[in-house]
Design a protein around this ligand. Structure first.
Ligand code: GLN
Length: 434
């Protein structure tokens, strides 16, 4: 990597169509999203030389809309991390403060946008990986409702949790990219048409999601969950509360709410995510994809040696997930985590009976210094407290800059009901307008 903040693993161009709503727009693509003819490493030694034969649907839709891909961005290995430091290609630096991490796992994508190296970027968000780096780098990131954006061509980490989402400098630009990538895809059976899912009047507004970025929050009810403020850094809380106060000044009504289940979200998330990962990553066996250790003809040995190409965090998660799914422990861990997931989903559903959106800090902490959390995985996992509940409940959310604390960016997270990205975008555009 040679760009100023080491945001890119591969700088190669894929030209878009001559005309379209995104013509002239440059896009950086997270390196776990397939690009035909351009290597797609997932930030891993395992796939260092892997060149996909096809492009992800999201990438195809962007280039069909006229956007030009400028490169593949650095990321935590297979999306596993919160700092972009678990990448086999080395860390990315945060353009807001190069001694700090850009967040993760889509750190390269957020840094590329923050540094002006791309207008828009694609990330993937399994437990916060679009919103966290957006918050740390001072840009906007959208995690769409599960099923709004095709996962075809996204290298799977935890299928039931993740979505591809756009990162951009403004809410409107992120929404424009979402307009292009959203919508059913025959290649991903979990995609849905929002109008069919929630009714035509709720789904996509006329003029698309970008048209919802009008800053109009008059009459909007904003739920403020106490649990997502508790334990957060005071400087973060102050900045976020000030931004929410400004929404009130613009006619929004705020009301305190409670989401008691979210205290179990990180635990449930890490059991489910590692379980799915242990199954997904079994395909990297040296036979079908990427790196292959020679071995001496004994398949078990060559399989084991091949998998030495995974980094420490990936190995840790494969072990955790395999354990959680094993016969004797399945009910104790995996089944319990699924119960907790259902409780989180129910809590949000109950809350949305009374409020339009829910606002909180995106990350409970300011960006870590480089190296600070690498040896302390638990600390890194706990930083996902506010983002993981949203993935467990499959809801849409955005991280929008709320201001700065000690010169560092602070992100405000806005969560909405299923397929109501329009309201989330509208509220976020009001935060940005202040
Ligand atoms: N930090 C979380 C994890 O490591 C989220 C990652 C993601 O969304 N890909 O699993």
């Amino acid at each position: 990597m040679s760009d100023e903040y080491d945001a890119f693993i591969t700088e190669e161009t894929i030209e878009g169509d001559d005309e379209g709503p995104l013509s002239g727009t440059t896009v950086a693509v997270k390196d776990n999203i397939s690009t035909a003819g351009v290597r797609t490493t997932c930030g891993s030694e395992m796939l260092a030389d892997y060149v996909p034969p096809y492009s992800a649907t999201a990438v195809e839709r962007l280039t069909d809309a006229g956007a030009t891909v400028v490169g593949k961005t650095n990321m935590d290995e297979f999306g596993m991390g919160t700092t972009t430091e678990t990448s086999a290609f080395g860390p990315t630096r945060n353009p807001a403060d190069p001694e700090r991490v850009p967040g993760g796992s889509s750190g390269g994508s957020a840094a590329a946008v923050a540094a002006g190296e791309a207008d828009v970027a694609l990330g993937s968000d399994t437990g916060g990986s679009v919103r966290c780096p957006a918050a740390f780098c001072g840009v906007v990131g959208i995690k769409p409702t599960y099923g709004l954006v095709s996962r075809y061509g996204l290298v799977a980490y935890a299928n039931s949790l993740e979505q591809i989402g756009p990162i951009a400098g403004t809410v409107e630009e992120a929404a424009e990219a979402l307009d292009v990538i959203a919508g059913p895809d025959p290649n991903d059976g979990t995609t849905r048409d929002p109008a069919e899912a929630v009714g035509a009047d709720a789904g996509v507004p006329e003029g698309g999601y970008a048209a919802a970025a009008d800053g109009d929050v008059d009459g909007l009810t904003v739920g403020v969950p106490t649990e997502l403020f508790e334990g957060a850094d005071e400087r973060v809380v102050e900045t976020v509360e000030a931004a929410i106060g400004d929404l009130e000044a613009r006619g929004a009504e705020t009301t305190e709410i409670s989401l008691p289940s979210v205290e179990h979200a990180v635990q449930a998330y890490y059991v489910i995510a590692t379980s799915e990962a242990s199954s997904n990553l079994a395909r990297f066996d040296g036979v079908r994809y990427g790196h292959r250790a020679e071995g001496d003809g004994n398949w078990n040995e060559s399989f084991a040696e091949t998998r030495e190409a995974f980094g420490a965090e990936v190995k840790r998660r494969i072990l955790l997930g395999t354990y959680a799914l094993s016969a004797g422990y399945h009910d104790k861990y995996y089944a319990k985590a699924q119960d907790a997931r259902e409780w989180v989903r129910q809590d949000f559903e109950d809350a949305f009976a009374d409020v339009d959106v829910i606002a909180s800090p995106t990350m409970p902490v300011l960006p870590f210094e480089l190296g600070e959390s690498l040896d302390d995985p638990l600390r890194m996992y706990l930083a996902d407290a506010n983002t993981t509940p949203v993935n467990l409940a499959n809801l849409p959310a955005i991280s929008v800059p709320a201001g700065e604390a000690d010169g560092l960016p602070v992100g405000l997270q806005i969560v909405g009901p299923k397929f109501d990205e329009a309201t989330v975008i509208r509220a976020a555009s009001a935060v940005e307008d202040r």
